[in-house]
Design a protein around this ligand. Structure first.
Ligand SMILES: Nc1ncnc2c1ncn2[C@@H]1O[C@H](COP(=O)(O)OP(=O)(O)O)[C@@H](O)[C@H]1O
Ligand SMILES: O=P(O)(O)OC[C@H](O)CO
Length: 509
């Protein structure tokens, strides 16, 4: 349609940045994507260049507009979804980052996190933030930057430095330094934000020694944040009206808006989220309580189970052990493998996330025999994603008392048919795959579009056409439980290996 306007979603993930144009049906009109490099300055450390992220974002925006012959004035609004927790600090006057961004997976602040745990801060922090102490969240990363980058602390105390997660950094760049803000979902991942009072928590700022002047303003996920500046890439002023962390954006894109509705996004990691409604519940078994979205002045909470290694394990099959040349062939290879009932890959490459939260664990392969071959290893690796998902979902249903009726899935690895069938089998529940792999971008497009009345209300979104693919469980219950019991045993063995030896020698891991 000639006069149609579009919503532009920017999805800045861990491995790439995408710009996607959506029309009023929620269909993709065009998209562009650029990879983003990761730097590994020391084992376990992961960093990215914030300027590369910004330049990549500018490029994909230009590309998608060019490819679809869309003049910028046809973009009704912009939404930003982003890899969460990743921490950037930059100079407010020069706009220069003081260091690379510290990525969510990075382990350089493990010692700070351990120290806090040992000092007994877990309950204090969980009650305020809903989070468990881990180097994953922004607070220890920000503290590290202020402590380790020369003169950073004095500059921060003088009010010269700004902190942001990637959404905040991109918003600041898009508005040419006019707007320093974030949304409630991203704020809830910093470990500095109180999810009950909905404000930065002074006691936490004191604990991590963070000057309040560095912190962005916090708003609803659907909110008028500001305009792109005329002299930035867009050439015209376009409102930026949606921001959400990528996992929350995909929950919104799935329209999982009722308590109990649950999604899993299989990307680099796998992030399972269950809508909790308007009352936060704290977990006793390793789940995070997080803000799902802020809409019309009200926040909705969610339980989250973060699995650190999902697609990253598939990448490992390709890049490190070269068992596959192309990740898309893994489903067929897994289908062709002879049964792997006794072979288990525990991909704890960066420790184990929910519900274990074991920073020390490292990956293991258990049950090798002389017959074990490449296809079986591929299959067992894919199966590990499904087992890890069950670990989290079992905890969620136990804690909330809500049964799992069905699981909505999306993300890059959800293209894998073998995985989804096995996921249904090992859960004993149906799986529904979203029509678009780009549910994250769609979610933040919805949030941006609601604010400018591109879509007038939630009912309009629910009425949009949507064709999903379902996977029904086929495995007998006895086999299902036997396989899962074996997996649990494999996790126990893996964690045992990472424990300190009892003879006083240092654990080399
Ligand atoms: N057909 C497939 N089978 C298995 N894994 C896949 C397939 N297609 C993509 N992937 C994996 O999906 C991941 C990328 O998913 P994506 O949602 O783009 O991640 P992120 O947002 O973390 O960058 C990569 O780890 C890639 O190996
Ligand atoms: O880059 P993704 O899509 O794997 O998401 C990363 C998460 O937001 C980290 O918490």
């Amino acid at each position: 349609m000639k006069n149609e306007q579009y919503i532009l979603a920017i999805d800045e993930g861990t491995t790439s940045v995408r710009a996607i144009l959506f029309d009023q049906q929620g269909s993709i009109v065009g998209q562009a994507q650029r990879p983003i490099h990761q730097f590994f300055p020391q084992p376990g450390w992961v960093e990215q260049d914030p300027l590369e992220i910004w330049n990549g974002t500018e490029t994909v925006i230009s590309e998608v507009l060019f490819q679809t012959e869309t003049p910028p004035y046809k973009v009704r609004a912009i939404g930003i979804s982003n890899q969460r927790e990743t921490t950037v600090v930059w100079n407010r006057k020069t706009g220069q980052p003081i260091h690379h961004a510290i990525v969510w997976q990075s382990k350089q602040t493990t010692e700070i996190a351990k120290h806090l745990q040992q000092a007994g801060y877990q309950t204090f922090i969980q009650q305020k933030t809903g989070l468990l102490i881990d180097s994953y969240f922004s607070a220890t990363k920000l503290q590290w930057l202020l402590d380790e980058v020369p003169h950073a602390r004095e500059q921060a105390e003088a009010g010269d430095l700004l902190f942001g997660t990637i959404d905040t950094w991109l918003l600041w760049k898009l508005t040419n330094g006019h707007v320093h803000a974030t949304d409630v979902t991203n704020a809830s991942r910093t470990m500095l934000y109180n999810i009950h009072t909905l404000d930065w928590d002074q006691k936490l700022l004191d604990l991590f020694k963070i000057p309040r002047t560095m912190l962005p303003a916090v708003h609803d996920s659907s909110h008028f944040y500001g305009y792109t500046q005329e002299f930035t890439l867009m050439g015209v002023q376009i409102p930026i009206t949606g921001i959400a962390g990528d996992q929350q954006a995909s929950l919104f894109g799935e329209l999982a808006l009722d308590p109990g509705q649950t999604k899993n996004t299989y990307g680099t990691g796998a992030f399972i989220m269950m809508n909790l409604g308007h009352e936060p519940q704290l977990s006793e078994h390793g789940l995070l309580t997080t803000i799902a979205y802020g809409l019309n002045g009200q926040v909705t909470y969610a339980f989250e189970g973060s699995v650190f290694t999902a697609g990253a394990a598939v990448e490992w099959l390709k890049d490190q052990v070269a068992l596959v040349q192309d990740v898309t062939t893994t489903a067929t290879q897994a289908e062709q493998a002879t049964a792997t009932d006794q072979l288990y890959v525990v991909p704890a490459f960066s420790g184990l996330g929910a519900p274990y939260w074991d920073q020390n664990a490292r990956g293991a392969i258990l049950g090798l025999t002389p017959q074990t071959d490449d296809k079986q290893l591929i299959r067992a690796t894919l199966e590990s994603l499904a087992f890890q998902t069950r670990d989290v979902l079992q905890t969620m249903t136990h804690e909330t008392g809500l049964p799992l009726k069905s699981l909505m899935v999306d993300g890059g690895v959800s293209k894998n048919e073998y995985l989804l069938q096995f996921q249904a089998d090992i859960l004993g529940s149906p799986i529904t795959r979203a029509p678009l792999a780009e549910t994250t971008a769609l979610g933040v497009a919805y949030l941006a579009g609601l604010q400018v009345k591109y879509w007038p209300n939630l009912a309009t979104l629910k009425a949009l056409p949507r064709t999903t693919t379902s996977y029904q469980p086929r495995l007998a219950a006895s086999m299902r439980e036997w396989r899962y019991a074996n997996w649990q045993q494999a996790v126990v063995a893996t964690r045992l290996f990472a424990e300190e030896p009892h003879d006083g020698t240092t654990n080399p891991i």
